[in-house]
Design a protein around this ligand. Sequence first.
Ligand code: PRP
Length: 228
Amino acid sequence: MTDKQSMPLILALPKGRILKALRPVLSHTGLEPASDCLDESSRRLRFPTANKDLDVVRVRSFDVATFVAYGGADIGVCGADVLMEFDYPDLYAPLDLGIGGCRISVARLKERKGEEAPEGRSRLRVATKYPAIARRHFASRAINAEIVHLHGAMELAPTLDMADVIVDLVDTGSTLKANGLEEIETIAHVTSRLIVNRVALKTRPEEISSLIERFRQALTSTSLPVNA
Ligand code: PRP
């Protein structure tokens, strides 16, 4: 059997906008991965870092929580949206990194005169990549939600008559605007969190605590903009 204790720890990072926002944080932790980690055209998935005892894996944002929950990675960074959707008991989220700020919202086609607003109805068809969050949200409003589970481009669903509303991340609002939609309700504000596998925290407490501390210090010792 592999002696996990002697293996490098694995840090899972998400592709996309969080990875860009993380760049200054990583450089302040002194744990910068090999430069092609930040180049999304690179096909490599695992990267060495400035610390020989830590490797980085680059995965989809939703998968960071799964890699850490199942112990493939010991520690990771993901949006609070992903934690709200999966609610894995094996994850501990000790630190809000304050980056990647956005919100999970409900949006619909821009109101047109004479049309009934969908939010007044008792049944709604909802296109989303967040079925659990959407179900909970509409249940709390006594609305019967039929979920259309998509993995992207859900802004198309109301225009193509596949759904009454969408539940999705909104940052600048430009994707909604470009697709003729408007935000009608904010479900939650979201920032990125450092997450840790609880078993790894028990079996390698010093190494994991020191990594958490490095991230904490990188946030406090710099003037990183919150919600960058
Ligand atoms: C997210 C989200 C929206 C868009 C919102 O997608 O799903 O489509 O960003 O951002 P905006 O308000 O600044 O326009 P993302 O680009 O993360 O890609 P994804 O669809 O692969 O999740």
